[in-house]
Design a binder for this molecule. Structure first.
Ligand code: UDP
Length: 239
């Protein structure tokens, strides 16, 4: 088995919920440590890694907005939650010996660098992991959309969507034992079959810009590495 990565530069989307582990809220240190180990596995292959981190483990704007809170305000709170996760991730990476930089789409300079595209690309070229916080910096968007956007801005070879399930299935594998994982699926098939890959805005951006998406489980040991090596792991959504 060759250890040459198929992708040289990746944009990894981690949901905030991935950091919770079995907890119902917040950041679980052991879980974040396991995720960092997975990331280290690909950094050690020489792959350039950019990460967009979500915030759903701390705050998600939609629910409070539905309960009467101003939506934009709730979304700004959600974006700040992603910055907290970005800092936690950076801290865990430092413990694991990974050099990383946090860039925030909202300006909070005492806490994180502002997002500067050229600087982020430079960090990647220096093999530093770049963690993007605060999503797109705009309310009414999601971190999935930020992942698609930053993936394109970084000229990443692929967007990797880390989920709890190890790919895209014909049906919900938890409810239907006959559900089958797609090894590959085209964007058109995914739309036709109403498969949930990323939210609609993110999905449309990737399709329009011909940015492939790999869906895999961050909780399956070695899965991220296998995806990056181009092995049969997760689901590849392609043009
Ligand atoms: N958010 C936003 N604009 C963005 C990204 C995120 O307003 O560009 C807010 C939104 O309220 C969202 C929250 O931040 O609910 C957390 O992001 P997301 O739900 O995407 O996190 P995840 O589901 O990946 O944990």
């Amino acid at each position: 088995m060759s250890q040459a990565p198929k992708y040289k530069r990746i944009l990894l989307k981690l949901s905030g919920e991935a950091l919770m582990g079995d907890d119902s809220y917040g950041i679980n240190r052991a879980t974040i440590g396991r995720i960092v180990d997975e990331v280290k596995g690909v950094v050690d292959l020489g792959v350039q890694v950019a990460i967009v981190i979500g915030g759903g483990n701390i705050f998600r704007g939609v629910a409070p907005a539905a309960a009467g809170m101003d939506r934009a305000t709730a979304d700004y709170m959600g974006m700040l939650a992603t910055v907290m996760n970005a800092l936690a991730l950076q801290d865990a990476m430092r413990h694991a010996g990974i050099v990383s930089r946090v860039q925030s789409a909202l300006t909070i300079q005492q806490v994180a660098e502002p997002y500067v595209r050229g600087k982020a690309i430079r960090y990647l070229e220096e093999n530093k992991v770049v963690i993007f916080g605060a999503g797109t910096g705009n309310p009414f968007f999601t971190t999935d959309t930020a992942a698609a956007l930053r993936g394109m801005e970084m000229s990443a070879d692929i967007v990797l969507k880390a989920t709890k399930v190890d790919g895209v299935y014909t049906d919900d594998p938890k409810k239907n034992p006959d559900a089958v994982r797609y090894q590959t699926v085209t964007f058109d098939e995914a739309i036709g079959r109403n498969l949930k890959v990323m939210d609609a805005t993110a999905f449309a951006l990737c399709r329009d810009q011909k940015m492939n998406i790999a869906v895999f489980s961050i909780f399956k040991a070695g899965a991220l590495k296998r995806v990056v090596l181009g092995e049969d792991e997760g689901t590849l959504v392609h043009c």
